[in-house]
Design a protein around this ligand. Structure first.
Ligand code: TYM
Length: 336
């Protein structure tokens, strides 16, 4: 009864590289706060990873590590559904149907497609192009109210809403169009080495990984690029001081302090004191996650149990939506 009134949330992360601070501070750290209030589905978007070539053994290893990290970050599998995308075939099945309700022109406008195809010029495959359609299927199968993501995924949630709207325009109220849910602080963590571009695994020098050693994390923060202004004080100014503002955003996310509190704390102290303090705060936030991930990875049977149970629950819900969609478009149901 209780579940019928709860709002629904879904989100996922690709196991295409090591989890980094942007993934954590942007969406992931907010997810555990939601699991009591919402019906939550969190998955590992492994189907999406092969739009860029992957080493198969590495992909398997990273997928297992990511499920352990989800749990270590506070996603209690008893309270939310944790699953692996490729274990629920309905994602690919609805993805195909929605491909036929998505326009070439709208996919061509996706900024991530333009960025990724520029970076992988020798492998601009059809999957890279239709990726937002699979993402729409990931979302719409669960009829969610909200999709908690970082700022860079907002455009993909918007196209998902457009696809749902187009489908519903033809067949009636079949798919629920959800809202993106973007945190106020942490939605766009920038690179430590080039603060004008977002933190991403494709630029490892400016990226802090969750499983990195504390001394390496501390070193990256000490070397973080700050700004070449003359005042050298810790002050929030996104336009003129992107490096310092990014560090302030990270410090605020890690400590819960406001930007005013941070400015007061480092008043008259300069960047030399600020940068190591941000590094230490991050190390302390990540330490328990790293240790718990290691402990969970030693218990493969437990992890298998989690993603087996998760896939069963996800599949039940996903297949209900898929059956509705198949019926609406006119597919003859299989004989019983
Ligand atoms: P992915 O795997 O690139 O990133 C996972 C999540 O991390 C957020 N993120 C960031 N947030 C703040 N600062 C950053 N520097 C930063 N970098 C990444 C992303 O916004 C995302 O929320 N297409 C998705 C995965 C996906 C998905 C879905 C998400 C597939 N299907 C359905 C939600 C619902 C992606 O590639 O995220």
């Amino acid at each position: 009864m209780e579940n019928e009134t709860k709002k629904v949330m879904i989100s996922g992360i690709q196991p295409s590289g090591e989890l980094h601070l942007g993934n954590y501070l942007g969406p992931l750290r907010h997810w555990p706060e939601m699991i009591d209030e919402f019906d939550c589905y969190f998955f590992l978007a492994d189907l999406h990873t092969i739009t860029v070539r992957q080493d198969p053994a590495e992909l398997r290893k990273r997928t297992l590590t990511l499920i352990a990290q989800y749990i270590a970050c506070g996603l209690d599998p008893e309270k939310c559904v944790l699953f692996i995308q490729s274990h629920v075939p309905a994602h690919s099945q609805l993805g195909w149907v929605l491909n036929c309700y998505t326009m070439f022109g709208e996919l061509s406008r996706m900024t991530q497609f333009k960025d990724k195809s520029a970076r992988n010029a020798d492998n601009i495959n059809a999957g890279l192009f239709t990726y937002p359609v699979l993402m729409a299927a990931d979302i719409l199968l669960y009829q969610p109210d909200f999709v908690p993501v970082g700022e860079d995924q907002k455009q993909h949630v918007e196209i998902c809403r457009d696809i749902a709207g187009r489908f519903n325009g033809i067949y009636g109220d079949v798919l629920k169009a959800p809202q993106p849910y973007i945190a106020k602080v942490g939605a766009r963590i920038m690179s430590l080495s080039t603060p004008n571009s977002k933190m991403s695994k494709s630029q490892p020098e400016g990226c802090v990984f969750l499983m990195e050693k504390p001394e390496d994390i501390a070193r990256k923060f000490k070397r973080a690029v700050t700004d070449s202004d003359t005042e050298r004080c810790v002050r929030w100014d996104l336009e003129h001081k992107p490096g310092v503002s990014n560090l302030m955003q990270i410090y605020a996310s890690a400590t819960g302090k406001s930007y005013e509190e941070i400015e007061r704390e480092f008043d008259g102290k300069g960047y030399g004191a600020f940068k190591p303090a941000v590094g230490e705060a991050v190390v302390e936030v990540l330490r328990p996650i790293r240790e718990e991930t290691g402990r969970l990875l030693a218990d493969k049977a437990y992890l298998e149990g989690v993603y087996r149970a998760g896939a069963e629950k996800a599949e039940y819900i996903a297949n209900k939506t898929l059956r509705k969609v198949y019926k609406k478009v006119g597919f003859l149901p299989p004989a019983k």
